[in-house]
Design a protein around this ligand. Structure first.
Ligand SMILES: [Ca+2]
Ligand SMILES: [Ca+2]
Length: 423
């Protein structure tokens, strides 16, 4: 057990006792998941009125915090004061949550407020009941002061709060936590499997950051993994286990965002008043849908998320159409396939790409199956690259399909620059 784990065990994690808060938030328990997700669906439709490449991340929600004064009430509420370590000093005034023209500023100090006689006051906001998401990418650019007793955090909790269970079973995603004068930030997952009785978690990673400047804290949340980033570099991956139950993977329901400056209790311990005030400045929060289609140019150098059927598929560094890599199929009948999720039902897509064969008389097909209709394909049979495509319309309830690049006969073929678009 390392020192940090001991600290966790001794002091409790961000939400070691969050269940007390969750259990008090009954007004949100009946919030409809569909209602919450409609926030992003509505915006996505507006963005995708024309042809849309599905290889890109799609911005669906953001706050640039570029005005002066209060925060945007359509996106955020004050984080409520509670009885647990992170929220016991939350204060609902613009002295502690404001915008300075470039940032959301979350402050903590020991000002004397006669009508609110607690020793410290701090600020935080949450998007609960206003925006939540299931799967996607979150980027938060922020900087914060260090100080003894300080505890800024960027994190996510489920909505409804008790989708699976009380904390920690409900799940918690900590995109960034920092305590005291440490030169590292912490990125963690909580659930019924990794969180111990003292509130610490075995699913956590600490990484260095630029303490003097802004850093970008990122989360990429797919149906199979939670990937944590600092400044666009992957730091930690928490993977859904094969056959996982909610105890290991409660991360398939909507989660909302919380940004807060906390301190003086729990993990960081007591505040050294000479270190006050503490501030976290958040330049922006940006939330994206994940791409639906990946690695169409094979430039990652690995096959994933394509899978090989029949063997004899390889990423090669010759015969590419663009870039430094392409896909090669050799030997007998074989294919590469990419299974798509997240398609919209009753929607038309175009799958296109470039292909060529090593010798005249050979052929390779680009196609789609399992989309709710009969398989469709298009052939390449020239020895230099040509473009071809198929369109397909998903079934009335269909959200998945399988793309393929397939040769039935012998010979060697190449493919590159595959794209998927929504028409
Ligand atoms: Ca900004
Ligand atoms: Ca390529």
């Amino acid at each position: 057990m390392n020192r940090k784990t001991l600290n966790f065990m001794a002091a409790g994690s961000l939400l070691a006792v969050f269940s007390m808060h969750v259990s008090c938030s009954k007004e949100h328990v009946n919030q409809s998941t569909d209602q919450l997700l409609n926030v992003s669906k509505t915006k996505a439709v507006a963005i995708t009125a024309s042809v849309q490449s599905l290889s890109d991340y799609e911005l669906i929600w953001s706050d640039e915090f570029n005005t002066v004064g209060g925060f945007d009430n359509s996106k955020w509420s004050y984080a409520e004061r509670g009885t647990v370590a992170w929220n016991k000093y939350m204060t609902h005034t613009s002295d502690y949550v404001s915008q300075d023209g470039n940032n959301l500023v979350l402050r903590m100090d020991n000002a004397v407020i006669p009508t609110d006689p607690v020793p410290y006051h701090s600020g935080g906001v949450k998007s609960q009941s206003k925006f939540s998401m299931t799967f996607g990418k979150v980027e938060v650019r922020a900087k914060f002061t260090q100080g003894r007793g300080s505890w800024p955090a960027i994190w996510m909790m489920p909505e409804p709060a008790t989708a699976y269970a009380g904390w920690p079973g409900c799940g918690e995603i900590d995109i960034m936590e920092h305590v005291n004068n440490e030169m590292v930030v912490h990125q963690s997952v909580h659930n019924a499997t990794v969180t111990g009785s003292g509130g610490g978690t075995s699913a956590t990673h600490s990484t260095s950051y630029n303490a003097a400047d802004y850093n970008i804290y990122g989360l990429e949340w797919s149906p199979n993994a939670l990937k944590f980033f600092v400044n666009n570099t992957l730091q930690y991956t928490y993977t859904k286990a094969t056959g996982a139950t909610w105890q290991q993977w409660p991360f398939d329901v909507p989660f909302y965002l919380i940004l807060n400056q906390a301190g003086g209790a729990g993990w960081p311990g007591a505040i050294t008043n000479a270190d006050l005030p503490f501030n976290m400045q958040v330049d922006y929060v940006r939330v994206y849908n994940l791409p639906i289609f990946y690695n169409g140019g094979f430039e990652t150098g690995t096959l994933s998320p394509w899978t090989s059927w029949g063997g004899n598929a390889a990423i090669v560094s010759s015969n590419m159409r663009t870039g430094l890599k392409c896909i090669q199929l050799t030997g007998g009948a074989n294919a590469v396939e990419q299974y798509l999720t997240g398609l919209q039902p009753n929607t038309t897509y175009r799958f296109s790409g470039y292909g060529k064969v090593a010798a005249a008389g050979q052929q390779v097909l680009l196609g789609v199956k399992g989309y709710g209709g009969a398989p469709v394909d298009a052939a390449f049979n020239t020895t230099s690259y040509s473009n071809n495509s198929v369109t397909f319309t998903t079934g009335a309830t269909q959200t998945t399909a399988t793309l393929y690049f397939y040769k039935a006969g012998t010979g060697t073929v190449y493919g590159d620059d595959f794209t998927l678009e929504k028409l």
